[in-house]
Design a protein around this ligand. Structure first.
Ligand SMILES: [Zn+2]
Length: 258
């Protein structure tokens, strides 16, 4: 319904413009091209907000400041925010754990746009190891996103940092890397076991040039295939950046909440 309201307002505005300005010719798409439909996209991004978004133990706090504020009588509203590169929904570039790895601005956006499969991991499972992975239909998927206990418990929408989030083990990371997946995603702020003796999942995936999207909010999705667009900020020379992520189911058998 909201789409219809927006559309009619857009048409109204376009109509008003049409009265007073020269009308623009319609855009002609090359044959075979299709417009990107605006329907059915789910926002799977965690909201960035102090006191709401979890921050990994020891990472920088998020600080949001209004320098000017129209609500307080200023002529405009102007703000700044300071936050860690791994805040909320974000992408780890190879540089995060590979010494000469690519920084986030150098990662090809092809990894961030395309088909993705959501794999649901039971609430009781904390270790996503090779055996757990192979209990699911993951082979052949280009991008794999794990929906875990973190989603079930709403942890990306709670400022409390939980250490017992589900994580990817070394053998599962190896399977995914060998299979040539283009992107791996998780629904909490790290894909690695908390206080792991070595960051093996990161080293294996990033070592193969496979970016990791962390901190997805998958509470409106269920297992199945989706189109995914997740685009990190293009920050030069840094190892990660916050991103906006949207998904839409590619078949009607998937139950989602709009
Ligand atoms: Zn990260």
């Amino acid at each position: 319904m909201r789409h219809h309201v927006t559309l009619s307002r857009a048409l109204l505005v376009a109509g008003l413009w049409g009265c007073t300005t020269q009308s623009t010719p319609p855009v002609t798409l090359p044959s075979g091209a299709s417009r990107l439909p605006v329907d059915n996209w789910l926002d799977v991004t965690a909201t960035l907000a102090a006191g709401r978004t979890p921050v990994y133990d020891g990472d920088a706090p998020m600080v949001f400041t209004f320098l000017k504020d129209m609500r307080k009588g200023d002529a405009l509203t102007l703000s700044t925010y300071a936050l860690g590169a791994h805040s909320g929904t974000h992408i780890d570039a190879p540089m995060h754990f590979v010494k000469d790895g690519a920084s986030i601005d150098k990662v090809d956006v092809a990894a961030f746009i395309g088909s993705a499969r959501v794999i649901e991991i039971a609430d009781s499972v904390q270790q996503i190891n090779a055996a757990e992975l192979n209990r699911h239909d993951w082979k052949g998927a280009e991008r794999i996103l794990f929906s875990t206990r973190s989603t079930a418990r709403g942890w990306m929408d709670s400022s409390t940092f939980h250490r017992d989030f589900a994580y990817i083990t070394e053998d599962a990371a190896q399977l995914l890397a060998t299979a040539g997946v283009k992107l791996v995603g998780v629904d909490y702020i790290s894909a690695e076991q908390f206080a792991a003796p070595a960051p093996r999942a990161h080293q294996i995936l990033l070592g193969k040039g496979i970016p990791i999207v962390e901190g997805l909010d998958l509470h409106r999705t269920s297992a199945g295939d989706y189109d995914l667009i997740v685009l990190p900020l293009k920050v030069a020379g840094h190892e990660g950046a916050p991103a906006r992520a949207i998904m839409r189911p590619v078949n009607t058998g998937i139950s989602v909440t709009f």
